[in-house]
Design a protein. Structure first.
Length: 260
């Protein structure tokens, strides 16, 4: 016996308005015109079947009694042809959904939040692209000190107390007594490159989200597009949304860590 409450993702005590609202939401989500997946046709049939029962107060009352394992009022008990037959005292209850089915039902019930996360991540990716593309701002800082950081890196300590790591080969172009012009992104002020004020030699800043980690915004854009537009079922979009949320949080952290 199917659990129609499980199909619609609602509780047994849902009101008539909640049942109708859940049905409309799922019907729009899995309608063949909006959902091209192979599973959609089967799912929409189950959704319609569930609403035909739960949407009718009389049929719902009878279904609830069957779901609880009690006899339906107004219907006489069936008489077996063999008088020696005795039905079991405790009739079998409805089939309990499996753990995976419960997880899928939870995903379906919260799918709108998952899609919202993917759309939010997509919007943030577009903002990152704008931040990278817009004209950069400039600030001037004096080099206070410097020291070797590893075999191929040089760390410069600036007058504002922050430090920046550059390639030692590129650092040869910098006069340690001169000031540096720091180019930053327009929106998030991510350092993009350095320029020595006298020679005007431009040195890219490699350790930043727009340097060696440029793949990160690209990955964020790709996963957010999949979560927003690419339909592969409830489980796929829900899991992609979780990935998007993690990438979004890490991206915000990277934006803060690489500032100076």
């Amino acid at each position: 016996m199917k659990n129609y409450y499980f199909v619609l993702g609602i509780s047994m005590y849902a009101t008539e308005a909640e049942i109708k609202r859940a049905y409309r939401k799922l019907a729009l989500q899995f309608h063949p015109d909006k959902n091209a997946s192979r599973q959609a046709e089967t799912i929409i049939k189950e959704i319609n079947e569930a609403y035909e029962v739960l949407g009718d107060p009389q049929r719902k009352a009878e279904y609830d009694q069957l779901l609880k394992g009690t006899a339906v009022e107004g219907k006489p008990p069936s008489v077996h042809r063999d008088p020696r037959y005795h039905p079991r005292t405790h009739p079998r209850g409805p089939r309990r959904p499996t753990h995976r089915e419960e997880i899928l039902a939870m995903m379906a019930a919260h799918l709108r939040y998952a899609i919202f996360v993917s759309r939010l991540t997509l919007l943030f990716s577009i903002v990152l692209i704008a931040d990278y593309s817009l004209p950069q701002t400039q600030t001037t800082e004096q080099i206070r000190s410097h020291y070797v950081d590893g075999r191929s890196s040089l760390k410069l300590i600036l007058s504002n107390g922050r430090s920046v790591t550059v390639n030692r080969l590129a650092a040869r172009k910098i006069n340690r007594e001169a000031s540096l012009i720091i180019y930053r992104s327009a929106l998030f002020s991510v350092p993009m490159s350095l320029e020595e004020e006298h020679t005007h030699d431009r040195i890219p800043i490699e350790v930043s989200i727009y340097g060696n980690f440029i793949f990160w915004p690209i990955l964020l854009l790709a996963t957010s597009l999949m979560g927003t537009f690419y339909w592969r079922g409830v489980e796929f979009r829900f899991n992609v949304a979780i990935i998007n949320a993690i990438l979004l949080i890490l991206t915000i952290v990277f934006l803060q860590v690489h500032k100076f």
